[in-house]
Design a protein around this ligand. Sequence first.
Ligand code: M6R
Length: 614
Amino acid sequence: MCGIVGYVGARPALDVVVEGLARLEYRGYDSAGVAVLADGELATAKRAGKLVNLREALAEEPPPAGTLGMGHTRWATHGAPNDRNAHPHLDCSGRVAVIHNGIIENFAALRSELEEGGHKLNSDTDTEAVAHLLEDELKRGGDLAAAMRRVCGRLEGAFTLVAVHTGDPDLVVGARRNSPLVVGVGDGENFLASDVAAFIAHTRDAIELGQDQVVELRRDGVTVTDFDGRPAEVKEYHVDWDVSAAEKGGYDYFMLKEIAEQPRAVADTLLGRIGADGRLSLDEMRITDQELREVDKIIIVACGTSYHAGLIAKYAIEHWAGLPCEVELASEFRYRDPILSRSTLVIAISQSGETMDALMAVRHARQQHAKLLGICNVNGSTLPRECDGVLYTHAGPEIAVASTKAFLTQLVAVYLIALYIAQVRGTKWGDEVFAMIQLLERMPEKVDKVLETMEPVRELARSLANERSVLFLGRHVGFPVALEGALKLKELAYMHAEGFAAGELKHGPIALIEEGLPVIVVVPPRARDVLHDKIVSNIQEIRARGARTIVIAEEGDESVAPYADTLISVPAVPTLLQPLVTTVPLQVFACELATAKGHDVDQPRNLAKSVTVE
Ligand code: M6R
């Protein structure tokens, strides 16, 4: 949450920073602000609302040109989303400016101490305290980096901080604890950002910063230390996608582009993981086969859409790998007493690799000596570093707040892991694993086929734009798909939407059914006859009570047609792989319905892409 950009080099800093903010706006859009250092003076501009408001203010009153600057796009935590609370925040002298992502938990005590010491604070934020603490530390001696290290030692909570000071016009200082910050290494220029997308147009060479590190960014070099000033080890890497991946490419919304990219994303996530002999090879997981043989339980932790991928993983792991598997909301996991041991494998799923709840769950599991495996889409993010091993999804940058291609690639990753464990532990015959891999390899073409037939789904979505509520039903892996369909509709269309396990209907939710209520039902393949027949009965039960039934079923499934007011057909695939095809119509449905309501689907209200606070 919150996007941060810092720049020092030879170009006009304002242009670089504002362009970077545009690519980070998905992280928060409550306000935006910039600071530029020009002729020994700090010039700042900030506005509540989306970046467009700041751009207008800058066009009306351009700040003096400088080649060092920073910018911030905010997802508000402390203090209302207004101009006053927008970042950057200044110290009393106006010579230090600070931007921040995270929450400083001891801010109230720090603010009181500062006010008692004579500082005048002008906002309601936790961030502003840092500007004044830096002011005091600079008076005690040393440069901005030394002051930042001392201040960080006093802060509790999660923070990425970036600061500049008129006293050192070639220096941008960043600090990181629990919130993301990466360095972009250029030629005669360097960048700091919450995400490489901010500087990908200028450089693809990046440095991953670790926990509790301070970075000094100058035009001709980058120095990283820990909070005690000791040189820190850093990891350099090359970003394997370019600027075009972070642009809309002719689509009206990133979400539309990302939905369309799913066949490729699924194919890319399979790439290089299947040997010529048809056996899976997941060496990058960095967990040995022997260690996998010793695992006696798997716990999956994740949030939101990634949690839904985890729920589907449970079915695959238990079926193929024959291991007990629990799935837990990461935000709940560490506040109970989960029973873990050295033979427990904890799998954390996170697109961003920065979700605070997921990171905290991983740390909790680490303390209990569990083995840790991450499934992550963002190279250089925190989660992979904190796990023993990682399986990257290769979805490419996902910029729309609503997760789409990341979800499908997470499913591919969990299928690969489940099949790999089955291969290693011998719970499935080699030819059974091979047969399933071959089916997986055909999934990009199946997803493509779904995408080609979405016009009726879009029409349906537009016709339902004025409904107040939509329910989603599923059984087996169709249940998490129903949850995912409901989540997409809630976050994009701001409508009441709920997903239920169809078998639970009679235990309460059926009371919600009333004349004309749209209910979307995900039907399992006919091959799962018992499951299939039960859900057909559920459809009849709700239809008898007036529901408008929208049924997603495999092609050729005639048995559901008489009970479906609308029938959406998807390619026939095995049950466990079915979420790869049944989720896509639900994504398209939510996106189209929200667009029909006039919503910005890339930036839904109150949300941000990476939830880096608890
Ligand atoms: O980056 P993560 O996968 O850890 O994010 C988890 C959730 O915040 C995320 O999936 C969220 O639910 C999406 N906006 C849903 O579309």
